[in-house]
Design a protein around this ligand. Structure first.
Ligand SMILES: Nc1nc2c(ncn2[C@@H]2O[C@H](COP(=O)(O)OP(=O)(O)OP(=O)(O)O)[C@@H](O)[C@H]2O)c(=O)[nH]1
Ligand SMILES: [Mg+2]
Length: 338
């Protein structure tokens, strides 16, 4: 077999939206702003596969100067990028960062211990009031439920609704008691957590970021066609390790060839036996989302890329007016469905 050469770059289709800032993101951001002065600690959740792309400049300015803990969620999905955790800890300081995985109770326990320490440090009669913020679908509500049931195993019912799509939580929740007050064996005043709706960024700087966020279900399904997402994933897999999909086909840069192989192997066929690319694409994406095509960080975490990202957070390419115009167009598109 000839030596396989992956594509050097991914050519972005022109149709990729650059904004997904919807009405409930706007009202959610205002609601968060309105209650921040009653809050002692901000937990900001970011998807560990997208540590930079799920850092939201809008939230950044909202919570600036507040005590903050960054929780990188879904760490079960980035085990193939071991250096990433080291880099991210280094960026913020190990004490301000935690890697969380809903399947590993130890990670929830570590977070709970941190929160109890913070509660003891402030020793307020009103307890420690925490708000959980982040981009859509990063796992905020799942984290709240996990903390609550770790602290009170007898509470079996979920306090917050969760689901693998953007926009499950629509409003700032009522505060949920995670840890009881001192007289019930907890910490002074107790620990309370407020869930919030995922807030999208006013706009993203490039189409590739939007594709990455779409892969992780951070925007509405279907906004970017599944076939485009699979093509991008194929491009990335070819750089990580083309063997990731060897059960389907030889290394290829041709998404149609890949999808045809998946369709044949996994029975995603139309009547008559032709490959159903749409169903094959959906299959590939759902397998990737459970780690079956590698558990890699999608963002570039080189020093240079991190510096460029931090620069853009402070100096965005688009003016506020240009961003607002894009948002208006996007809202109109969402309303009219075109
Ligand atoms: N693999 C994995 N999946 C997770 C983890 N945490 C959350 N999820 C999944 O991610 C999806 C989104 O979780 P939610 O808790 O609803 O996310 P959210 O941030 O509250 O989303 P919005 O309310 O839509 O903003 C769900 O399918 C969760 O099961 C994790 O640690 N690992
Ligand atoms: Mg939620």
């Amino acid at each position: 077999m000839a030596h396989f050469v992956p594509r050097a770059s991914f050519s972005l289709p022109g149709s990729i939206p650059k904004t997904y800032f919807l009405g409930h993101h706007h009202s959610g951001a205002n609601a968060i702003k309105g209650i921040l002065n009653t809050i002692n600690l901000v937990i900001e959740c970011r998807d560990v596969r997208l540590p930079l792309s799920t850092q939201n400049p809008k939230l950044e300015s909202l919570v600036a100067g507040r005590q903050r803990l960054i929780v990188y969620t879904k760490s079960d999905l980035c085990t193939d990028s071991p250096a990433a955790t080291h880099t991210l800890r280094g960026l913020y300081g190990a004490d301000n960062v935690l890697f969380w995985d809903k399947h590993r109770p130890g990670t929830t326990g570590a977070l709970l211990r941190k929160l109890k320490n913070s509660a003891r440090a402030i020793d307020a009669l009103t307890g420690l009031r925490i708000i959980v913020v982040g981009m859509p679908n990063v796992g905020k509500s799942t984290l709240l439920n996990a903390l609550r049931s770790a602290a009170s195993p007898e509470k079996k019912a979920k306090a917050a609704k969760t689901g693998d799509q953007a926009g499950v939580t629509r409003k700032v929740g009522t505060s949920v008691r995670i840890v009881d007050s001192e007289e019930k064996g907890g910490v002074s005043g107790g620990i309370y957590l407020l869930d919030t709706p995922g807030i999208f960024q006013p706009y993203v700087e490039d189409g590739e970021t939007m594709i990455k966020v779409a892969l992780a279900h951070g925007i509405k399904k279907g906004l970017i066609a599944d076939e485009i997402l699979v093509d991008y994933l194929l491009y990335r897999m070819n750089h990580w390790n083309p063997g990731l999909y060897s059960r389907y086909c030889e290394p290829t840069n041709d998404v149609n060839e890949f999808l045809t192989a998946v369709a044949k192997r996994d029975g995603k066929l139309k009547a008559g036996g032709a490959a159903n690319w749409q169903e094959a694409a959906a299959r590939v994406l759902s397998l990737w989302r459970i780690g079956k095509f590698g558990r890699y960080v999608l963002d570039d975490l080189s020093d240079e890329a991190i510096r460029a990202h931090q620069h853009l957070l402070v100096n965005p390419h688009l003016s506020q007016n240009q961003a607002k115009k894009l948002q208006r167009e996007e809202r109109r598109r969402a309303r009219t469905g075109d």
